[in-house]
Design a protein around this ligand. Sequence first.
Ligand code: FES
Ligand code: FES
Length: 152
Amino acid sequence: MKMSISLKVNDEEYQLEVEPQELLLDVIRHRLNLTGTKRGCDTGDCGACTVIMDGRAVNSCLILAVEADKKEIITIEGLSKTGQLHPLQKSFVEHGAIQCGFCSPGMIMSAKALLDENPHPSDEEIRKAIAGNLCRCTGYAKIIEAIKSLCT
Ligand code: FES
Ligand code: FES
């Protein structure tokens, strides 16, 4: 039996009929076509599917669409709606913090949630904020530099 939900995603309102077991990640990628949010592990381990929900970075593969009813969600597409890269995106590019790029949307959303709440985090706080985001390419140092460069 389908259920009705309403979502605000990147400032746009959506009314959707979803299956009870449908994941927020699938709604974002397949119903809204916001494919910047990636599917990695599907088990909450890699962080590739990270979005911001009501101000918190969350793994969208671990959230049922019905649990997101009436929530406000920001995906990576929501950071550059004007066609300009968000400062975090620019910084990742400038610091070489993106290689294959598969982890980057999730990593950037975790960094954004951190900086929105704490604009001057310590290195330790940055590491903690991205601890759930795995990167196979960069070795993390450049990612931490990219985030830190926005904290001055
Ligand atoms: S796909 Fe969600 S944490 Fe890996
Ligand atoms: S840049 Fe390739 S996984 Fe992070």
